[in-house]
Design a protein around this ligand. Structure first.
Ligand SMILES: [Zn+2]
Length: 156
């Protein structure tokens, strides 16, 4: 079948910087049709396509993870952390609007822990290459949940 609204689409993808530096790669399954499972520009390119279709897209910062938000960069005294906090770890916090946000521990300097709640690829333009490997109609449950279940999809 072709990719239309409420199709469960599996892709193999590769993300690089515009200069070709590898940043991410893998397989993912997403629910097609404006559910914000994937970048809108990628969804628009895949609309109407079928298994075997491949494309490479240039995503601007706005098309990708958006600009960096400096208000999500914080420093917190190490004494306020549970023991064992490490660079590369993550913790749940709250953004300025009160929404839950994941903060990455980017640096520990003396008694201070530096946190960054931005997506690691925020502020970067990206090159997104993908190939469609499977397309099927989503189940009613998947549509209700607004994501795909099973291999490469959402695990409950
Ligand atoms: Zn679900």
């Amino acid at each position: 079948m072709n990719i239309t609204k409420d199709a469960a689409v599996t892709i193999t993808y590769k993300v690089t910087s515009p200069q070709g530096k590898p940043l991410d790669a893998g397989d993912m399954a997403y629910l097609h049709g404006g559910y914000e499972n994937i970048f809108p520009k990628v969804e628009a390119a895949l609309d109407g396509q079928a298994v075997g279709y491949s494309t490479t897209l240039q995503l601007s910062v706005e098309d990708a993870f958006g600009p960096r938000d400096d208000s999500l960069v914080r420093t917190i005294p190490k004494s306020e952390f549970p023991p064992g906090v490490k660079v590369g770890g993550q913790l749940q916090g709250m953004a300025n609007d009160g929404q839950p946000a994941v903060f990455n521990v980017v640096k520990i300097k003396g008694p201070t822990v530096h946190l960054d709640g931005n997506h690691p690829l925020a502020g970067q333009a990206l090159t997104f290459s993908c190939k469609v490997t499977a397309v099927r109609a989503a189940s009613a449950e998947e549509i209700a949940h607004q994501h795909v279940h099973g291999a490469h999809g959402h695990q409950h």
